[in-house]
Design a protein around this ligand. Sequence first.
Ligand SMILES: [Zn+2]
Length: 156
Amino acid sequence: MIKINCDLCGKRAESLAKVGIEGVQLDVCNDCARFGKVVQQPKRLDAKSQVMRMKSQARQKEEKMELLVENYAEVIRKKRESMGFTQKDFARKISEKEATVHKIETGALAPPLSLAKKLERFLGVRLVEEYEESHETSKGRRINGFTLGDFINVKK
Ligand SMILES: [Zn+2]
């Protein structure tokens, strides 16, 4: 019988399970297999996770991150109403689809930064904030309290 060691804890295991952890395929023992299942759960795709995804993209690209303010939908809607525009009027003014404006104002769509800046200029409101890189890096890539780094430490 071939003896194989678990990729995570290094223990010899009679049977190894294949799991994906942060996109890496690993052969692990039964004890470690539960870590893999965590990342395979489907992620919720609501407006908030879109904003989170934009945050992580911004973190990879730039030292200074530009993030949408959390309450962008409310800020845009209130200002647009105070200026006396319907969603349709407003959409025409900024050369966007009415459906796009509607989605943004209901929080269903997080506008890309380029659009957010156009809205800022037109409405005279603040929708994009700059953050220093260090603010969020410690929160990155943690899964259920474990990072890939934790796994690597177990291996040593
Ligand atoms: Zn193991």
